[in-house]
Design a protein around this ligand. Structure first.
Ligand SMILES: Cc1cc2nc3c(=O)[nH]c(=O)nc-3n(C[C@H](O)[C@H](O)[C@H](O)COP(=O)(O)O)c2cc1C
Length: 454
């Protein structure tokens, strides 16, 4: 289905299923072309994806690929036989979905869906999403209001005789919302059980599995670990106060916060237009659809960002200077030729180590393993702390080598080429040793990374 096709706002998307934690089937719908930048929508507890169709539609119309997933035990998703609705299970579901999506979407999580996303993204060692929008979700929730809603949900666990009765309860849960004249729309959120009674489309067991107290500490820790841009969207809800939002914002590295006036806890349906506009503005700014472009003469930062898309390993290049060993962190290392055995690296013309590399006639490339990130930092930092921070020895060519590196190439300088603001040093490999069992330290988009096996 193409996202540009006109459709009614509440029409469903294309159905698809993900396998969640413990094999629970998670029902989802998608909108927009698969090539477009992705958004993953996670409804809150007691909600299902049908409540997010307007938002999904608007995002797809604005050029996004949108996938909306029912939480376990909600909507059309499976109900786990073991009753696992704890934060571990919910956040693992998010991790499972992200793995199966195979892209790094912006995740929009409402209420419980937002908390599951916060745990999943904040606790992940690798970056699995490119942004996060938390809709009325924060580690600290107002206990009194939460108790009131839970109580109302529990009271009607045995279901309703009529949809009108259910409408009455829905109104008691969100009294600020104008009560619809008919219960027609609400029927989408109800199912008929074996005895003919109407019940909500969710498993009541999830209510007792959620423990806000124990979750808060863990979620605050997860928030501190998030490096991606975060938007905190709040309705004028009694469940998540402005103080709770401010506290969460202070824990996050890169967060902005917006309150949508006139919306309650169900922000996306209470003020659909304001919700869609705010989310779209954030997406366009922080997760732009179109690729960024560098043209010669424009700023070097954009070129640097473009070059940063090429993931590399990290090396420390070493040689000897007049006053002893010299070394610099460099990721510009490349294989050049097998016969003769040639490699190269590029050193800044401003490098204080350049004179030593020019005159020594030999150098070593030390390829770093995942445990050598401190060495990478040291050799990109002040001179005095470089060799003092590692174990090193003189190698076969009488150049300093860092002991225990993933690989070390000892080279004689073959040629030196001036190239713009850098100097290309080509070396002939005289000897190389390597460690076959360790993982490399990686560098991508200005950050250290590790190998990730999915
Ligand atoms: C991951 C990483 C890769 C780097 N790659 C290079 C490189 O290829 N060439 C370069 O000249 N500087 C590179 N640098 C920067 C130098 O390590 C850094 O500027 C260092 O302080 C230079 O020291 P110097 O003045 O002794 O040469 C890199 C830094 C890091 C953290």
């Amino acid at each position: 289905m193409d996202g540009s096709m006109p459709m009614r706002a509440t029409e469903s998307g294309d159905p698809l299923t993900f396998e969640g934690f413990g094999g629970v089937a998670l029902a989802a719908e998608s909108w927009g072309h698969a090539d477009r930048p992705a958004v993953l929508l996670l409804p809150g507890g007691g909600q299902s994806k049908s409540a997010y169709r307007r938002a999904a539609r608007a995002l797809a119309d604005a050029g996004r690929r949108v996938i909306c997933v029912d939480l376990r035990g909600h909507g059309e998703s499976g109900w786990p036989s073991d009753g696992r609705y704890d934060l571990d299970a919910l956040s693992q579901d998010v991790v499972h979905v992200l793995r199966q999506m195979g892209s790094r979407p912006v995740v929009i999580g409402a209420s419980l869906g937002g908390l599951a996303a916060l745990a999943a993204l904040g606790e992940s060692e690798v970056e699995v999403a490119s942004g996060l929008v938390l809709v009325d979700a924060a580690p600290q929730i107002d206990q009194e209001e939460a108790g009131r809603i839970k109580q109302l949900m529990h009271e009607y666990a045995s279901g309703f005789e009529t949809a009108e009765e259910a409408l009455e309860v829905a109104h008691r849960i969100s009294p600020h919302r104008p009560k619809p004249k008919s219960a027609d729309r609400l029927r989408e959120h109800l199912r008929t059980d074996d005895s003919g009674r109407l019940r909500w489309l969710w498993d009541e067991r999830f209510l007792s599995a959620i423990n806000a107290d124990t979750m808060a500490v863990r979620l605050e820790q997860a928030a501190r670990g998030l490096k991606i841009p975060v938007l905190l969207l709040r309705g004028e809800s009694g469940l998540v106060t402005s103080e709770a939002t401010e506290r969460l914002q202070s824990l996050l590295n890169d967060a902005e916060s917006i309150e949508i006036a006139g919306a309650g806890h169900l922000v996306a349906s209470d003020r659909a237009d304001a919700f869609n506009a705010t989310v779209l503005e954030f997406l366009e700014r922080r997760a732009p659809r179109s690729p960024e472009r560098f043209t010669e003469g424009s700023d070097a930062r954009t070129l640097r960002n473009a070059l940063g898309c090429f993931g590399t390993g990290v090396t420390v290049v070493t040689t000897v200077g007049e006053d002893g060993p010299v070394g610099v962190t460099a990721n510009s290392f490349t294989a050049v030729s097998l016969d003769p055995p040639l490699i190269l690296f590029c050193l800044s013309g401003k490098s204080s180590s350049l004179p030593a590399f020019r005159s020594a006639g030999r150098f070593a490339i030390n390829v770093l393993h995942i445990g050598q990130q401190p060495a990478s930092n040291a050799f990109a930092g002040p001179q005095e702390s470089r060799f003092a921070s590692v174990k090193w020895e003189m190698g076969k060519l009488d150049v300093p080598v860092i002991v225990g590196s993933l690989a070390t190439f000892e080279c004689e300088t073959e040629s030196v080429h001036e190239a713009g603001d850098h100097v290309v040093m080509i070396g002939r490999v005289k000897s190389a040793i390597f460690e076959p069992r360790r993982d490399p330290l990686l560098f991508f988009r200005g950050r250290y990374r590790r190998l990730h096996f999915s």
